[in-house]
Design a protein around this ligand. Structure first.
Ligand code: AMP
Length: 224
């Protein structure tokens, strides 16, 4: 009897993107997806989708998500393994995972990451950016004082209604979120540094950082 074994080629790019809230991680991820046709696996997005569809996973995960705590490892690791298998050998970018060293080690056992894109934006720059952000709460329209101002100060362009600042955009709240982020993420970055696969990208704005990332990712894919 002849056994036919299926050979699944590992993707050239098996990347993780890491960046503080407000670092431009979302924008960079969507540019990588657009320019390189990479599959974006965001655990936050996938979990929210499961919650919306009220799947078993969604039902189990929602109580952890609602209280802002991490979903247990076995649930999240199964989800990520499923999503990586689903892309079927295509290049992928993990976003929001791993969040702990345990997750990083388990991922490395099953699906070794070969590139970690680490966005480094000074925390004072992020705090300043968020301080200048005003929103029209009913529509979600966002204005940035200094480069995307409303036509009339403090008023929404479309409705003329007052703009406000989100509570979680207050400088002291942002500073706390950034501190928590660093505490949680630094061990993961250090773990990946020991593997020699971290690439740091420093800058104050996404437009400053993006060309360096684009070049690096293009070269990386070509070489793998
Ligand atoms: P995010 O949109 O990445 O902030 O994720 C939203 C929520 O999903 C988090 O607050 C966690 O409850 C859960 N979550 C996302 N990624 C992970 C992860 N890697 N480990 C555990 N929980 C996660």
């Amino acid at each position: 009897m002849v056994r036919i074994s299926s050979i699944v080629r590992a993707a050239a790019l098996r990347a993780v993107i890491i960046g503080a809230p407000g670092s431009g991680k979302g924008t960079v991820s969507s540019r990588i997806v657009k320019d390189f046709g990479v599959s974006h696996i965001s655990t936050g997005d996938k979990l929210r989708d499961h919650v919306t569809r009220a799947t078993d996973l969604g039902k189990q995960a929602s109580k952890f998500m609602n209280e802002g705590s991490l979903v247990p490892d076995e649930l999240i690791i199964d989800l990520v393994a499923h999503e990586i298998n689903a892309v079927n050998g295509a290049n992928y970018l993990l976003d929001g995972f791993p969040r702990t060293i345990e997750q990083a080690k388990k991922l490395q056992d099953k699906f070794p990451v070969n590139l970690v894109l680490n966005l480094i934006v000074p925390h004072e720059v992020i705090i300043e950016r968020v301080r200048n952000r005003w929103v029209h709460l009913p529509s979600g329209r966002v204005y940035n004082i200094g480069f995307n101002d409303p036509k009339v100060q403090g008023k929404d362009d479309v409705t003329g209604e007052p703009l406000s600042q989100r509570i979680d955009d207050r400088p002291e709240v942002v500073a706390k979120r950034l501190k928590n982020y660093s505490l949680q993420t630094e061990p993961v970055i250090n773990y990946y540094k020991t593997l020699g696969i971290v690439e740091d990208f420093k800058g104050n704005t996404t437009n400053e950082i993006w060309p360096k990332i684009k070049k690096h990712v293009a070269e990386f894919i070509a070489a793998n």
